[in-house]
Design a protein around this ligand. Structure first.
Ligand SMILES: Cc1cc2nc3c(=O)[nH]c(=O)nc-3n(C[C@H](O)[C@H](O)[C@H](O)COP(=O)(O)O)c2cc1C
Ligand code: SF4
Length: 498
């Protein structure tokens, strides 16, 4: 067993929960209003972005998307963030898209649904994402016959490894056939690191692959693409746009210490933050000063050679200076340490140590999963406050009780408390707590059944409710016909409850 696996084998119990009375809840920090740039959220509860795989294959809002967000809206969190939504007009499977005006009417319906179901109490943002190419792990034969680039360095390494100079000029097809079925030691000697990775994990682009024209031009095209996404978000009626600068994707990779671009957009901190700032300014220019523009980014990459909280505190201050309206702090979720996928599957950035830190489970180290990322938010918040900015900070990661949330706010570690999986387990939970029905909260067990579904791009559901009353009339089922797509509804026992 590896040292990491060794450390992550303590099974933690859920922390005990003492739920407040309705009167206590009314006085609680969690349920007080707070400003986010030009707007005010009614309370400090927050549902961070979660991809549920319910869009059409061309990225449009479906009835299932509407039903999903309606259900979160019924819990009336202060803020609800719509899943990572693609800013380009390119095929990306059932992931929502905002890369063209034709997506606006569906997104507008989504906004109206959330307004209606939350009684206008929930502020709604949409997360805008860009990502570069990640291919599935190939069949080795296919890799050698079709994908491998047979260039001069490869021929040289093959000649050296076999002690046979014939490979310098042999027909390309002969080189390929020699490698199909070759023993692993030969393959390891012949492929360079990136080729070996493409064989074992699937081809994956880096934002520092500047020899590729579409990667080189990212700094030229991304500000405009994000700005247009911001305009569409505003037109659709969202209260704001969240720029996805976190996890394994394009913008996070620009911020990462791993970014070695040599065109002024990589290397030093100043150069790594340059494009993220240019994107922020472009969005701000397009949407205006009276519209929320937030950023979700990493407090720590959690991969060898990546950025840490010192970088993140510095970036946070730069974003605040540039007028971002909030900072939502996440952690890890990178490709660099992801597990090897099976042949035919794509690498998933939440399978390694950094993935663990992003969505921590009860099988953990001594520290356990609960509120595990809060220190990052606290450190960033301190740096931003010391620089003189009041930018609100959002934390998330293993939070699922009222006391946890209240203590975070009381200690001044964050200004908003995010709960993704706890809200998936029970979208009514904030409302239940506020109305004094905390004892009815269906508590997330933090074992990541939902994340397993996400990994397979299956419609995301929660194990605590997806088999409940599946035969009841009107219940919509997942494509596998076995799971309900939304939890049973809950109405407060008192008819007049807000
Ligand atoms: C099914 C699923 C999908 C997610 N999709 C996104 C996403 O689209 N964007 C994002 O920033 N984070 C995403 N996350 C991460 C969550 O927003 C959150 O940071 C993480 O789950 C840790 O918080 P929690 O412990 O409250 O769940 C996703 C998490 C889950 C479980
Ligand atoms: S499936 Fe498990 S981890 Fe996911 S929300 Fe439900 S209880 Fe929590």
């Amino acid at each position: 067993m590896s040292a990491v696996a060794e450390r992550f084998k303590i099974r933690h119990r859920l922390p005990p929960a003492r739920w407040p009375t309705r009167e206590e809840a009314a006085r609680a920090r969690l349920f007080q209003p707070a400003r986010i740039g030009p707007i005010v959220a009614e309370q400090r509860s927050w549902v961070p972005a979660m991809v549920p795989w319910r869009a059409t294959d061309d990225g449009f809002v479906t009835d299932e998307v509407l039903a999903w967000y309606a259900r979160f809206a019924e819990g009336r969190p202060g803020v609800l963030v719509v899943e990572a939504t693609g800013i380009r007009d390119i095929a990306s499977g059932p992931l929502l898209r905002i890369g063209d005006d034709r997506f606006v009417p569906g997104l507008r319906r989504l906004v109206e649904t959330v307004r209606d179901r939350s009684d206008g109490r929930t502020r709604l943002f949409i997360q805008a994402i860009d990502f570069v190419s990640v291919r599935r792990r190939p069949e080795p034969e296919k890799f050698f016959r079709r994908f491998l680039d047979v260039d001069a360095p490869l021929r040289r390494r093959l000649a050296e490894a076999t002690g046979n100079t014939v490979w310098f000029d042999a027909p390309e097809s002969a080189v390929r056939e020699r490698l199909v079925g070759a023993e692993r030691t030969l393959i390891d000697g012949v492929l360079d690191d990136r080729q070996r990775e493409s064989l074992d994990y699937g081809y994956r682009e880096r934002i520092w692959d500047t020899h590729l024209p579409h990667i080189r031009e990212l700094p030229r095209v991304l500000p405009g693409l994000f700005a247009e996404a911001g305009r569409r978000a505003r037109e659709a009626g969202f209260d704001g746009i969240e720029l996805h600068y976190a996890h394994a994707y394009t913008m996070s990779s620009f911020l990462s210490r791993l970014n070695t671009r040599d065109d002024g957009y990589g290397g030093s901190r100043e150069d790594r933050v340059r494009l993220p700032l240019e994107v922020l300014r472009a969005v701000r220019d397009r949407v205006g000063a009276d519209y929320v523009v937030g950023i979700r980014y990493l407090g720590d990459d959690v991969v060898a050679g990546g950025s840490d909280v010192r970088d993140a505190a510095w970036f946070g201050t730069r974003f605040a200076e540039a007028g971002v309206d909030y900072l939502s702090v996440s952690k890890g979720g990178r490709f660099e340490d992801a597990k090897q996928p099976r042949v035919g599957e794509a690498v998933y950035p939440y399978t390694g140590r950094s993935g663990y830190e992003c969505m921590p489970t009860v099988l953990s180290d001594e520290r356990g999963p609960f509120g595990r990322n809060v220190p990052l938010a606290a450190r960033i918040r301190r740096a931003v406050r010391e620089a003189g900015y009041e930018t609100p900070i959002v934390t998330s990661g293993g939070i699922g009780t009222f006391e946890q949330a209240e203590e975070i706010l009381e200690r001044g570690e964050a200004d908003f408390v995010g709960a993704a999986r706890q809200s998936l387990a029970d979208p009514d939970w904030f409302r239940k707590v506020r109305l004094g029905y905390g004892h009815l909260v269906r508590r997330c067990e933090f074992t990541n059944y939902c994340e397993g579904l996400d990994q397979q791009h299956k419609q995301v559901t929660c194990k605590l409710w997806d088999r409940v009353d599946v035969d009841a009339p009107g219940v919509r089922l997942a494509r596998d016909g076995k799971r309900r797509l939304a939890p049973p509804s809950w109405t407060p026992p008192k008819a007049d409850a807000p």
